[in-house]
Design a protein around this ligand. Structure first.
Ligand code: FAD
Length: 290
């Protein structure tokens, strides 16, 4: 099924992001994670990939998507990146996704790696345009990333939204947002994007906080801002990880409930960090899920 069609059902779908494990794809571990995730019935699962330079990475992504679809009956989307890849390498990654029978790709620039920058691609929109021009991708639904607080390399949100519009014009059919902790930044972004003609469905990307080091790493990587209630929560439970986890999950559920009630998010995309117990808590407690 194409992800773009999922939004036509009229409710707010909740989907997950997972990542392939490091090293070998141990089939039994992956199946155990997917088995628990499948119980909570996500609308779809997207699988990350490393941004080039790591041999076999795209085949792990497509194999995990294949297992997700074939063995667990869940729609999947394979992430595909370009910044560290040649056109031939992108062709190879796309071929691996198609061979696995996957109908959805999330096309991203990828994070730059020292010493292996592509001369073929600079931005996500160029990748989308390239994939769309290839008739072998007819019938593939292509999604893109978006950034409620602006991409970390872009100083002005308005400029970033101009580039977002280019991804829509290049043929993207749905959007998944970078994580954010303050819903007001998402509402502000949606208002601006809609005013600039971005009409695609947007999944709000939500990541439950699991610890101070995880949050610190994420905010430096993606530039999301930390509201003071999150800082206070991290401070209060600094030496009590169990209570932090509980408080964080409760906050995440409140954040999602508010987003769904607002009507601003077309879907919710949970960054599960491959932790089924986190997804389960949220799915069991969010109001109005499908
Ligand atoms: P782009 O649209 O390429 O934008 C990147 C920067 O370039 C922005 O600052 C933008 O404003 C600017 N820009 C765009 N077009 C132009 C232009 N024409 N002229 C000047 N400036 C321009 N990374 C991975 O490596 N693997 C993954 O699996 C992965 N999954 C992700 C999933 C989601 C939902 C999201 C939101 C991000 C994910 N990322 C992943 C991270 C992503 O690859 C990085 O954030 C990357 O830096 C941006 O990719 P993009 O295609 O979204 O951005």
């Amino acid at each position: 099924m194409k992800i773009a069609d999922i939004y036509k059902k009229g409710s707010v779908p909740i989907s997950y992001e997972i990542f392939p494990p490091k090293g070998e794809l141990e089939a039994s571990d992956v199946r155990s994670v997917l088995n628990s995730l499948a119980d909570t019935k996500p609308a779809y699962i997207s699988v990350t990939c490393s941004a080039g330079g790591s041999a076999g990475s795209e085949s792990k992504t497509s194999e995990l998507c294949r297992i997700t679809e074939r063995e667990f009956g869940i729609v999947s989307a394979a992430h595909i990146t370009c910044i560290n890849s040649t056109k031939a390498e992108v062709d190879e990654a796309a071929e691996s996704i198609r061979r696995a029978g996957i109908k959805n790709m999330l096309a991203l620039r990828g994070d730059r790696r020292e010493g292996c920058s592509s001369t073929d691609f600079r931005y996500g929109a160029e990748l989308i345009e390239y994939l769309r021009r290839d008739s072998r991708n007819d019938g593939i639904c292509i999604g893109a990333g978006c950034y409620p607080e602006g991409h970390v390399e872009c100083e002005e949100l308005d400029t970033d939204i101009t580039h977002l519009r280019e991804k829509q014009d290049a043929g993207a059919e749905f959007l998944i947002s970078q994580l954010f902790f303050s819903n007001s930044s998402f509402y502000n972004f949606i208002d601006k994007a809609r005013a600039r003609g971005v009409t695609l469905p947007v999944d709000a990307g939500i990541m439950p906080i699991m610890g101070k080091s995880q949050v610190t790493r994420m905010i430096f990587l993606c530039g999301a801002s930390l509201p003071s209630d999150v800082v206070k929560m991290l401070y209060k439970y600094e030496s009590d990880p169990e209570s932090l986890m509980r408080a964080s999950l409760e906050r995440t559920v409140r954040q999602i409930d508010e987003l769904i009630a607002s009507g601003a998010a077309d879907g919710i995309h949970l960054y599960t960090m491959n932790k089924p117990e986190v997804a389960k808590y949220i799915m069991d407690n969010v109001n109005g899920r499908i």
